[in-house]
Design a protein around this ligand. Sequence first.
Ligand code: ACO
Length: 426
Amino acid sequence: MVNNAILSFDGKSIELPIYDSTTGEKCIDIRKLREQTGAVMFDPGLGNTAPCQSSITYVNGEKGILRYRGIPIETVAEKMTFVETAYLLIYGHLPNKNEMKAFSNRLTNNELLHEGLLHHFDAFPSNGQPMSILSAVVNSLICYSPEIMDTTNEEALDNAIAAIISKVRTIAAFSYRKAMGLPYIYPDPERSYCDNFLHMMFSIPNKMHQPTQEAVKALNLFLLLHADHEQNCSASTVRIVGSAETNLFSSVASGICALWGKLHGGANVAVFEMLTNLANNKETIPEFIERVKNKETRLMGFGHRVYKTFDPRARILKNAVFALLDAEEMKNDPLIKIALDLEKIALDDDYFISRNLYPNVDFYSGMILRALHIPLNMYTVMFSIGRMPGWIAHWLEGKRGEKKLVRPRQLYTGNVLADYVEVDKR
Ligand code: ACO
């Protein structure tokens, strides 16, 4: 249903169309605003701006709702695999048996890296940042799949999608092996997606790693909970880069870079460092909370641009952490105890209550990764593997949807006109 909003500006009354989303939120169309008034909208951080239409993921931050293609995240977590979730996000519907088999086969057929790519790993220092290595190698995948530069080749695109989802896991594991001075372990086509990743990380040539069912289940849960989150910083980055008709590999590589920052996906590392500092008695919890309230630091893993209540992913992850670690290990784990103490204090403290600051996905995700023996510098890489289907889905939606180059306006605050001064007169 279309209604109009009336904006009074400079003595004139301007009508702006209002759209209803399928879930009832209103959206005012300001596309003609500048044409009609000469003015632009000011919205730093784009916290109140919908730059596109999207049918991938729904988040209601007030009610703590997250749905992938309409399916509640709790159901996705309970019933689905990461690969099935990836298909759902990318292709827009739950796969039937044949579609699922074909997609899984495509992933398997694309799991190996071109041998030439392995030399890239040799060129990085062994202490190189894994997120930088991941983004560089993912970006370079286009050199091995030039056929997708033909944007009308749908078969090549399907292969590229499978290549990214499958190879990102191989690249992540290989960069870890390189950093540890261990030989690369090639993917095993007989293993499932998560089992195969743990195999490439932890097998050694004369002893194949067989992860427990619980470990495979926990990794699956971790990945699918991270699979998409509508117009977040990295998905928006991918959409912006894609809007210039940049290829899929390079667009998702830019998403990896955006995710790296500690206010976004890098928060899972920052949470862990915060908990470790507290465990090492660098300061007490009340001292730390005091510094947070004085704005000297932030309580990492708390707060969210959209959620003003519990992030549903944090709830699911917290339960999974408890299920994964046995009671004895749990009792003795100082980090879990500190996380629970911090959560309790924050949820009772007016500073956090009045600002609607609740645990987000990163608060408990590191606990799962630690239980899986994933090293700390790989935490955000793990998030990238999980987020890949979402980035691909957003890139595709941009390519097939409104196809509009993203090019915002600004509120200019610089010199109106300045003189050039010769260097010897400055
Ligand atoms: N600890 C302490 N105070 C906080 C926190 C926090 N984690 N987050 C927000 N605040 C305070 C701010 O200081 C501000 O206070 P004020 O009103 O007195 O000035 C108020 O809450 C609003 O904060 P903003 O920064 O304006 O909120 P915004 O929506 O821009 O921030 C963000 C969202 C960046 C996630 C923020 O909550 C944060 O820095 N959290 C910690 C980092 C983190 O966990 N990031 C992961 C997010 S989930 C993800 O990306 C996967």
